[in-house]
Unconditional design. Structure first.
Length: 253
């Protein structure tokens, strides 16, 4: 039997184009979903890094009676100063109150899940070397002065964490703050000691190091739900939790 050309089976060009379009949309959606899952996992891993950092800072304070000084942000990984608090520790406390988390001193991860170092700022009174008799932030000096710590139960940190610039106060009198600069990495220092571009978000700028990597613009930090331009993750050492842990360990009062 002779078959008419009009009865041939197969796809027309329009049908093939539609199939390819549908496959492309499905593939694109799958890639987008996979990207979102990867980002979510990295955010989760970074939060674990931050939680470990906070626990390590508290443990360091219990063991040493003080908080550590920041490591130099510009030191290249593998060089002598990388990840270590500067030595010697001054009687007055850290010379530079901001830098990167001293990961080698604390025995924690150098970077967040995005591969960038964690910004760290600390209150000088909590970093002094040797026992102290003067406690500038205490309204009433402790009597007797602590025998195992350089700060007292009345000591107050000088940092504040806000919900946004000019927003509600989430924490005050904070002794130490640690920041991951998120996926966009704005203002973060890398393992080669170089700072990424700072970006334009005002709240992110509040969380970044300046001049060069040894201080911050002010003592205010921002912790809020991520937006299109803000993805920092901020943790802080609560003075009340710190004091409680140190009292339980016998380091204070």
């Amino acid at each position: 039997m002779i078959t008419s050309p009009n009865n041939n089976c197969g796809f027309t060009l329009i049908e093939m184009a539609m199939v390819l379009l549908i496959m492309g949309l499905a593939l694109g959606g799958g890639i987008s979903l996979l990207g979102n899952q990867i980002d979510a996992q990295k955010n989760k891993d970074t939060q674990k890094v931050l939680d470990d950092a906070k626990e390590a800072l508290t443990g360091f304070a219990i063991a040493n009676g003080r908080l550590p000084c920041p490591a130099p942000a510009t030191a290249v990984t593998g060089t002598a100063l990388a990840g270590l608090e500067p030595s010697p520790i001054l009687a007055a406390g850290c010379a530079n109150l901001a830098g990167v988390l001293p990961w080698a001193t604390l025995g924690v991860n150098e970077t967040d899940a995005w591969g960038n170092r964690l910004t760290y700022r600390v209150t000088q009174e909590f970093t002094r070397n040797g026992l102290q008799v003067a406690f500038a932030s205490c309204a009433v000096p402790p009597a007797p002065a602590p025998a195992k710590a350089v700060f007292a139960l009345c000591s107050q940190g000088n940092m504040t964490v806000l919900s946004t610039g000019g927003g509600a106060t989430l924490a005050s009198t904070v002794p130490a703050v640690v920041v991951s600069h998120g996926k966009n990495g704005n203002g973060a220092y890398q393992t080669q000691g170089q700072q990424l571009p700072v970006g334009a978000d005002a709240d992110e700028l509040d969380n970044q190091l300046i001049a060069p990597g040894t201080t911050t613009t002010n003592t205010t930090f921002i912790s809020k739900t991520p937006t299109a331009t803000f993805d920092d993750a901020v943790i802080w050492v609560s003075p009340y939790v710190l004091y409680n842990r140190m009292v339980q360990s016998g380091t204070l009062p």
